[in-house]
Design a protein around this ligand. Structure first.
Ligand code: ZN
Length: 439
């Protein structure tokens, strides 16, 4: 057999493989987005009579997405509306929605047209995101408004037994990886090291899924409670609002201990530590002399959001040739943090920031060889290594809220405890045969 044929087969199966991947990844997108690709401006028979608050049977409904270079004027002109009227519509709608600038390529729009031979557009509906739609109605007089689609939350539960890692345990059951992220990086970030899970560790989670218009799945909304058995030790987590005015919510243990520390472990997500705090660092560039590095470098792509690692007040937001764009935050009498080499700063001196708030974006301003954020940590005015510090616990539940907390978690804990662990069967073809024979 000649080699070219083998090679061709090889590349063909690669293409098939890539195709399968793209179909797989597209499928989800189509279900989640309304951004369906359509060849031409098609006349669509409405499946549901009511949409966007209109009886679609009263109109000829034309749907499309905004194309590159499309303007509102082009779209209406293509549909036989003259420029004086277009100008008028844009002017009248301006206070509600800036049609001239607000349209984004790939977003869907709908034209409701008259049901006569002219099929003149009566109404332009634009969907900037899954939840909202803008209606510009020019049937008689011109008026515009923005509406939100109804959102429903459905409570669900999931369980898993760790074979290798948490993502796989969820993936095997077709569950959202967002649950893994929530548990690893938000709820248990300080209590369980997810890189060191043991085979046989188990978890249960109570969460809510978000749906738009009852039909469009919009992902995991919130985790209400979780249970993690790690090294045979149980870790409960319950979400509880400690401040109903500021809407401050945290996860607490079954003994009302806050699971969060006062500081995030890193100022950027999905980053890699490229250089640790090191007082004896030697740098070739400086003739191998000792140049202590009193920061921790987190490498991340340019533009990655940088977060305040704890609540505090911005004390500096400026630029120097060494630091580049940088921000410094005072958290309390003991702790301060600083973030260097930002592309852009987002906060001003005197501004109060909460843990996780975006204060700037990763860049390479100042003295730096690559995109990263240099994170500096002060304790009582001295720079220390945050990775070696025993960081303080975040706000505990106040004594007068504790009874309320225990009452609140009682039924949730009972519910969590009553969920059995689902055994995920290994996918063996033999077993499938046996099952079908048994039927
Ligand atoms: Zn550094």
């Amino acid at each position: 057999m000649d080699k070219t044929r083998i090679r061709r087969m090889g590349s063909r199966s690669l293409i098939l493989f890539l195709l399968a991947i793209s179909i797989f990844s597209c499928k989800e997108k189509v279900e989640q987005n309304l951004e369906k690709e359509q060849e031409d401006l098609a006349v669509v028979e409405p499946e549901e009579v009511y949409e966007f608050g209109f009886n679609l049977n009263d109109f000829v409904v034309k749907r499309d997405t905004i194309r590159r270079g499309d303007t509102f004027g082009d779209i209406l002109e293509r549909n036989k509306i003259g420029y004086p009227k277009i100008f008028n519509i844009v002017q009248k709608a301006k206070d509600t929605f800036d049609i001239a600038r607000g349209l984004r390529v790939g977003k869907p729009y709908t034209l409701l047209c008259s049901k006569d031979s002219l099929q003149q557009p009566q109404c332009f509906i634009y969907q900037p995101n899954l939840e909202e739609y803008v209606v510009i109605n020019f049937q008689d007089s011109i008026h515009a408004y923005i509406k939100r689609k109804p959102i429903t939350y459905i409570e669900k539960s999931a369980t898993g037994i760790i074979e290798t890692n948490i993502s796989e345990a969820l993936d095997d059951q077709g569950l959202s990886l967002r649950l893994a992220y929530k548990m690893a990086d938000e709820i248990y970030a300080w209590t369980i090291d997810f890189n060191r899970l043991q085979k046989g560790d188990k978890f249960k989670v109570l969460y809510t899924d978000k749906y738009i218009d009852d039909t469009i799945y919009a992902g995991v909304h919130d985790v209400k409670a979780a249970y993690f058995l790690h090294n045979n030790e149980p870790f409960y987590a319950f979400e509880f609002e400690t401040d109903s005015v500021k809407h401050i919510r945290d996860y607490f243990s079954d003994e009302a201990k806050n699971l969060r520390r006062a500081f995030l472990k890193a100022p950027v997500q999905f980053s890699r530590i490229s250089s640790r705090y090191n007082l004896k660092r030697r740098i070739a560039y400086y003739g191998n002399k000792i140049r202590p590095h009193k920061g921790t470098d987190f490498a991340a792509p340019i533009g990655t959001p940088i977060m305040a690692t704890a609540n505090g007040t911005v004390t500096k937001s400026s630029y120097t040739s060494g630091n580049g764009n940088y921000v410094k935050i005072r958290h309390n009498a003991t702790y301060e943090t600083q973030y260097l080499h930002m592309l852009k700063r987002k906060v001003k001196v005197g501004q109060f920031v909460k843990q996780g708030d975006i204060i700037g974006w990763v860049g390479m301003t100042g003295h730096t060889a690559g995109p990263h954020v240099c994170y500096r940590f002060w304790k009582n005015g001295r720079q220390v290594d945050p990775l070696r510090e025993k960081l303080p616990e975040a706000e505990p539940i106040s004594e007068n809220l504790k009874n309320k907390y225990f009452d609140f978690i009682k039924p949730i804990k009972a519910k969590l405890d009553s969920i059995p662990f689902k055994k995920v069967k290994p996918k063996l073809p033999m077993e499938n045969n046996l099952i079908s024979q048994a039927k």
